[in-house]
Design a binder for this molecule. Sequence first.
Ligand SMILES: *Cc1c(COP(=O)(O)O)cnc(C)c1O
Length: 376
Amino acid sequence: MTRSILLSPPDVGPSEAAAVTRAVESGWVAPVGPELTAFEREAAARVGRAHAVAVSSGTAALHLSLLAAGVGPGDVVPTSTMTFAATANAIRYTGARPVFVDSTDLDGNIDVALLGSVLRRLRDDGHRIGAVVPVDLLGHVVDYTAIGALCDEFTVPLIADAAESFGSRHRGRPVGAFGFTSCVSFNGNKIMTTSGGGMVFTDSPDVAERLRHLATQARQPVAHYEHKEVGYNYRLSNVLAALGRAQLQRLDAMIERRRVVRAAYRDVFDSVPGARVLGRAPQDQQENCWLTAVVVDPHRAGWSAPDLAQALAAADIESRPLWKPMHLQPAHAGSDAAVTGVAEALFTRGLALPSGSSLRDDDLDRVLAVIRSVAG
Ligand SMILES: *Cc1c(COP(=O)(O)O)cnc(C)c1O
């Protein structure tokens, strides 16, 4: 019996168990407490931001950020079509309409030139553009410099969906440092986890206060329960914040392991015609390598991404197609979209491979052996 190899399982051990025990024994078993405060302080320091607000999920981080930016019914919000549904869902929660923008072939991230033309068209058509929400696909960082310049030109807040890219950098600056806010996820499959959770980073004390207010049912600071607007129950538990602090201590080591995994895949696919690892060349080491994906041109390769997925599954190894683009999702049918076909091609030809930091060397050898048997 061999053991199952998963795509990106949580990587937790004794230090996380000790942290959770410490939080429980302290008596702070609530969405408030010293671990929560410390987790926010430590995470903010890591990305070089003045404020961090810990919430119950990455989706909540996006939702609150959009609300804090004043996004609401009637607004349009350009975002990447190649993303997890949470990005589009959070926009829809506010009553705004997402406008899906296609990808670049290099890394699957939003096509910045296309985004520029979408912003011009929306403005010329008289729409109110509530925000721009780029997504760092699989940890590949978008060009925050170029997108930030576009947002400045159109005076639109940039809300970064950095759910997949915590620990990555753009031009040396940590992800989380960009935009009106940056949102990360600590879901169980992400680069670091609180089992479920997320965080918003911002430099504005007013925005941080607004986020905390909305995340705690918009309760007014008076003794009785007074609410002037509709709020949400979105704060992270103090117990889970303790888990997050332990993960944060190990984040660099976990990223390092994922880089080793990516390098091993790259070694194999570099010599396979018709196959490439999604994303930029590795020399700059700016990426957290959350998931490594291969993109296969079946005509040149003689095999396809689904062929590889099937062979891996037969060996009890999990793999997964890239996100199905949002403009093809029934839930978002009828949405405005600027489509070039690149994201759809990546969806058809891409496959995410086991990339977890707890992947052992012998696990990796098993995966590589299956890849060689299909691609060899
Ligand atoms: C995981 C993810 C989210 C949502 O995070 P949750 O913590 O699962 O709510 C949002 N956007 C992207 C791109 C993600 O991958």
